[in-house]
Design a protein around this ligand. Structure first.
Ligand SMILES: [Zn+2]
Ligand SMILES: [Zn+2]
Length: 99
């Protein structure tokens, strides 16, 4: 069996779903809001007016990080990060855990 140099389709589509539409990065501390959309906690906090950046649904104040999504993102990150070896000079930022 030849090794597949590309990421599996499943992983690619997964990464697409795990990408924040505000910062276009994989979620950092993903929170799911009342309309069902998910964004980074920080991205939502940056929004003035407390509404969903996608559908303008008012956002409730209590934002809880979706830990399941967090773990998925960590796994996807671990697999996807294999390919490029420090192409950009930026060091990977590690999200701080406050809780
Ligand atoms: Zn974001
Ligand atoms: Zn929404």
């Amino acid at each position: 069996m030849a090794s597949d140099p590309k990421l599996p389709d499943l992983l690619v589509s997964l990464m697409d779903k795990l990408t924040c539409s505000v910062c276009t990065q994989l979620f950092t501390d993903p929170v799911i809001i009342t309309c069902g959309h998910t964004f980074c906690k920080t991205c939502l906090e940056d929004q003035s007016g407390n509404q969903c950046p996608k559908c303008q649904t008012p956002v409730e104040r209590t934002l809880e990080v979706n830990v399941v999504l967090c773990e998925m993102i960590q796994q996807v990150n671990g697999q996807g990060g294999n390919e490029s070896q420090g192409a950009s000079g930026e060091s990977r930022r590690q999200p701080e855990r406050k809780y």
